[in-house]
Structures are given as structure tokens and as C-alpha cells.
Design a protein around this ligand. Structure first.
Ligand code: SF4
Length: 332
């Protein structure tokens, strides 16, 4: 890693942030050395490497393998993705050849970290964490600390709060994770909005809008993975009471056919999740500080009153048993 030292003697802020990300992802120990580029000193080793490789900004990373040209990364996110690519095969967990049913039995009584270790050890970046809420960042935090590869995607419906977009970017930077943002297909969205306007869900239910803005993009995202991990919990909703920690996704298909769906936090309570967030300094959506508990699209989410169930703030004009958006249908 090439870090820049400022004239003041301090390392540059971006270099420090990159180091924190690498430490958080368990990658720091895999660096051979840190080379300093001294501001104002073209002869310092880091400045010479920058000139040699045509790089203008620190930090940057050089990976060398015998007999191959050096690989230069100017983004810590790209560096992490490339250098973690082989970790899954070296960290295969016990029971890697288990059928889904056997794996579900093996994981049933285990904790979320053990479930994630199994999922990422077996599938690596072919397993995606679906990111939208506080629980999902807990999963990203746990996955980062395992030092195993993983993918992250998020559904950008076009109707999210500005705070949520900032939160997504904060998580991206904090964990050095590439977040694939899935957007609705214009050929579906444009005629829908043209015919029904922007708020039809208040009149005829959220189903059609959610299908276009969430379910179809989710289906597209999942078709490129073999497994996914969600932050669902049993106590979030009456519709989630029998949620298993691992199931064959009954609604979506993955790149290899059957899609494994891990719900590592199924048995955790909301209090347990927030305890983890506090203990581990996990970033969270600033809307939580304004009374929002379960956060979705801006027009379909409101703050809850003390004592109200967390799902009371979602699609509040509809019956409790209909407050799902189709992302987690057909649970076993
Ligand atoms: S939550 Fe509301 S705005 Fe978002 S996709 Fe569903 S109906 Fe549309």
C-alpha cells in the first residue's frame, strides 16, 4: 500500500480511512508493506512508485505475483474485491457438501456469525447481502470481520428518503464494499407512472408499484447469485413468525437454479440488533433518530408512536397481513 504523508507529518485522511477499512475487513495483515509518499519530495519511495505507475492520488495499491505484471489499484474497494476473490475456496466451512436440508439442520441452533461464515465460506461473492435496513448493516459488519468475500446489492426504487441514499453511501465507504444498486426497468415504470401517477398505492394498494420498483429488480439481481442473506427477523411481523435461518427460496431462482436464502438474524430481537449496532459502532440510517423504525420508501413509511409495532409505520393504510412488498413471499 502506498500512503501519503503530508508536510505536517500526518498521513492523509483518505489513506487513514483506507487503512481502517482494510483492518475492518481483516485484510491489513495480508499487505506486505506500506510505502510512504512524502508530500513535496519527489524522491520519496512512494512518489517514485506513483510516477512509475502513472498514479496521481494516494492511497494506491500494488499487487505483485512472480512472473506477472504488477496490478495497480487506485480504489480500496476494487483492491478488496480483487484480493479477496480466492478466499472462499481456502475457507470452505464444515459441511460444504451438505444438501440444503442438512445445512439448515446444522445451522438451526447456531449464531448469526456462524451462519454467515457458512454462507460466505461456501458461496463467497456468489452470496449477496440484500441491504436496506439496520439489520442488513449488522450482516455487512459481521461479514466484513470474517474477512471472506461477499456481494451487496440494494434496491433503489427511486422513492427512497435522501437520508437513505446518504446512508447507503456511508456504508459503502465504511466497509469498502461495492454496493450494486438495482433500479426499476424504464419500460415497466414509465407506462405505470404515466397511467396511474406517482401515488396510486394509496388508492389501490402497494402491490403493483412494489412489483415494478422492487420485486422485478430483485428478481434480476438474484438471478446472478447462488445464495442471498437477508436481515429478516421472526419478530418483525406476524408474516415472519416461522422464519427459518436457511431455506430454499420459494419465489426466486438463482444463477445455479435453486437459490439458498439465509436469514442469520431470524432468532434475534430488535433489542439484540440495536445492542450489536451500539457495541460495534455500526452506521445506521439517521431517520431512526426521528422515530422511524422500519424504513422503506418515503411515501410508504412513517415514524411510529411509542408502543406501536415497528411495521405499523409501513403501508399503514393497509391490513397488517398485507404489509409485505413481495421481496420475501412464500415462506416455508
Ligand atoms: S414501498 Fe411504496 S413507493 Fe416503494 S415500491 Fe412499494 S408502493 Fe412503491
Amino acid at each position: 500500500m502506498i500512503k501519503k504523508r503530508l508536510l505536517s507529518g500526518e498521513p492523509c485522511k483518505k489513506c487513514q480511512q483506507a487503512e481502517e477499512v482494510l483492518r475492518g475487513r481483516g485484510l491489513w495483515e495480508r499487505l506486505d508493506e506500506v510505502v510512504w509518499a512524502q508530500e513535496g519530495d519527489a524522491d520519496s519511495p512512494g512518489m517514485q512508485l506513483a510516477a512509475e505507475h502513472g498514479v496521481e492520488l494516494a492511497p494506491f495499491f500494488i499487487a505483485r505475483d512472480p512472473g506477472q505484471s504488477p496490478r495497480v489499484y487506485t480504489s480500496v474497494i476494487k483492491f478488496i474485491k480483487a484480493e479477496l476473490a480466492d478466499a472462499a475456496t481456502t475457507a470452505a466451512p464444515p459441511g460444504t457438501d451438505d444438501t440444503l436440508a442438512a445445512a439448515a439442520e446444522r445451522l438451526d441452533e447456531t449464531d448469526p456469525v456462524a451462519i454467515l461464515r457458512y454462507a460466505l465460506g461456501r458461496f463467497g461473492a456468489r452470496c449477496a447481502i440484500s441491504f436496506s435496513g439496520a439489520e442488513d448493516v449488522v450482516l455487512i459488519d459481521m461479514a466484513s470481520k470474517l474477512g471472506l468475500p461477499f456481494s451487496v446489492f440494494s434496491l433503489d426504487t427511486g422513492r427512497l428518503h435522501a437520508e437513505t441514499y446518504r446512508f447507503i453511501d456511508e456504508v459503502r465507504k465504511r466497509y469498502g464494499a461495492e454496493i450494486q444498486l438495482m433500479t426499476p426497468k424504464p419500460e415497466l415504470l414509465e407506462p405505470f407512472v404515466r397511467q396511474k401517477g406517482l401515488f396510486s398505492f394509496y388508492e389501490d394498494g402497494h402491490g403493483e408499484c412494489c412489483r415494478i420498483r422492487k420485486v422485478e429488480p430483485l428478481r434480476r439481481a438474484l438471478s446472478t447469485f447462488e445464495a442471498w442473506a437477508t436481515g429478516q427477523r421472526k419478530d418483525q411481523s406476524v408474516t415472519r413468525a416461522d422464519l427459518p435461518v436457511l431455506q430454499a427460496d420459494p419465489a426466486f431462482t438463482g444463477s445455479a437454479g435453486e437459490l439458498w436464502k439465509f436469514n442469520p438474524l431470524a432468532n434475534w430481537s430488535s433489542d439484540r440488533v440495536w445492542q450489536y449496532i451500539r457495541d460495534n459502532d455500526v452506521p445506521f440510517n439517521s431517520l431512526h433518530e426521528r422515530g422511524f423504525i422500519s424504513i422503506g420508501c418515503e411515501p410508504c413509511t412513517r415514524a411510529t408512536r411509542p408502543g406501536e409495532h415497528e411495521r405499523a409505520g409501513r403501508w399503514w393504510w393497509e391490513a397488517e397481513t398485507h404489509r409485505e412488498c413481495g421481496l420475501h413471499v412464500g415462506r416455508k
